[in-house]
Design a protein around this ligand. Structure first.
Ligand SMILES: C[S@@+](CC[C@H](N)C(=O)[O-])C[C@H]1O[C@@H](n2cnc3c(N)ncnc32)[C@H](O)[C@@H]1O
Length: 165
């Protein structure tokens, strides 16, 4: 197999994200809890979450609003600010209540990715409900959680799944 091109790497990473999200919807079915979307960006994964999880409260975190206008969360579900401020505050408000996290916060800056992955890893455990699923574009350090393989058909290793105890 030849090395994938950059176009194929992007395609495969988005495919892995898409398959992971769809897999997670089945995993949390029938379980109580809210959803965290870390990284609104253009709102693509938020749009997918809200389309498939119509009865869930989905809280979206970002430092800015830069999404397609029709993908803007309502004010009650948009938590604006740097993760360094909003995630510690979320620990108190959402302790043990989050059943699904999609953390999509990485950039092309590897040093920043290490920093933000550490921030996310430090703040998530307190909010996770029993059996919660965490999906992430960056590897996280969640010692209590079990890393899981990507769903069948994913052709990229660049998405990560964890299940909380
Ligand atoms: C890759 S984009 C998210 C893409 C989005 N999930 C989508 O599908 O369109 C990453 C987002 O994370 C946000 N972000 C990165 N680091 C952050 C930080 N420290 N605090 C708050 N937001 C941050 C950026 O502003 C950016 O919008």
């Amino acid at each position: 197999m030849p090395e994938p091109t950059r176009l194929e790497r992007l395609l495969f990473r988005l495919e892995a994200q898409h398959r992971s999200l769809n897999w997670a919807f089945g995993e949390i079915r029938g379980k109580q809890g809210v959803v965290f979307e870390l990284g609104l960006g253009h709102g693509r994964t938020y749009d997918h979450l809200r389309r498939h999880l119509i009865d869930r409260d989905i809280f979206v975190f970002d430092r800015e609003i830069d999404c397609f206008p029709d993908c803007t969360p309502d004010a009650a579900h948009l938590i604006l600010g740097k993760f360094s401020a909003t995630l510690p505050a979320a620990q108190r408000r959402f302790a043990g209540k989050v059943i699904l996290v999609n953390s999509d916060v990485g950039t092309y800056d590897e040093a920043y990715n290490v920093e933000v992955a550490e921030l996310v890893s430090r703040n998530l455990p307190a909010v996770l409900a029993p059996g919660a699923i965490v999906l992430s574009d960056l590897p996280l350090d969640l010692p209590q959680a079990q890393p899981l393989p990507l769903p069948q058909g994913a052709r990229s290793e660049r998405y990560f799944i964890y299940r909380s105890p």
